[in-house]
Design a protein around this ligand. Structure first.
Ligand code: URA
Length: 211
């Protein structure tokens, strides 16, 4: 059964660019550029329901009533560090959006996500919040990040990733059924090291050339 809260952004350009990102042959610079390009294309879909309002303007030819985005203000939240790789495309689309960052690491004993950084705008309750992280693997970081954002006042939240594992989608849907998930692809499975298969490897390392 299809879940209306889970959208796989189905577009030939997204699929093509994601295939290039998956390839082990793709160097860091291209990988980074492709991540930004896919996030631009996905942002178009993620922000499809932004409200517009009429505004009176003057074209060089005549006055007209045009329509511009109104309503809720936007906030993009990057889950560090790989989230920064798909943040740029979103900011290109909405340059006035506020930006927040959340840093989490996995406790080596309990395997639970521990927060080491949290900086978001004060008025989260008034904003549409779009959380970005390229890989939705176990789903535990995304779940913890969104729990923390709700504690900070956020209520209208969307989650955007490039590749999701079915396991991560299930965890996030269970933990936050109100949060819509957008992915460029949902892959086969997680492996025993919590990497997505076939996936694209470690998104952070490939974005920042740290391996
Ligand atoms: N994080 C990654 O960067 N890659 C995976 O496959 C899973 C988590």
């Amino acid at each position: 059964m299809t879940d209306p809260m889970v959208t796989v952004v189905d577009h030939p350009l997204v699929e093509h660019k994601l295939s290039l990102m998956r390839s082990i042959e793709t160097p860091t610079g291209d990988f980074r550029r492709l991540a930004r390009e896919i996030s631009l294309l996905m942002g178009y879909e993620v922000l499809r329901d932004l409200k517009v309002q009429p505004v009176d303007i003057q074209t060089p030819m005549e006055p007209m009533t045009a329509r511009q985005v109104s309503g809720k203000k936007l906030c993009f939240i990057s889950i560090l560090r790989a989230g920064d790789g798909i943040l740029g495309g979103m900011i290109d689309l909405v340059p006035s959006a506020r930006i927040g960052h959340i840093g989490l690491y996995r406790d080596p004993v309990s395997h639970t996500p521990i927060e080491y950084y949290f900086k978001v705008p004060e008025d989260m309750a008034e904003r549409l919040t779009v959380v970005v992280d390229p890989m939705l693997a176990t789903g535990h970081s995304a779940e913890a990040a969104i729990t923390r954002l709700k504690r900070a006042g956020a209520s209208a939240i969307k989650f955007v990733c490039l590749i999701a594992a079915p396991e991560g989608v299930a965890v996030l849907r269970r933990g936050h059924p109100d949060v819509a998930i957008f992915a460029a692809a949902i892959d086969r499975e997680l492996d025993e090291h919590a990497y997505i298969r076939p996936g694209l490897g470690d998104a952070g390392d490939r974005l920042f050339g740290t391996k």
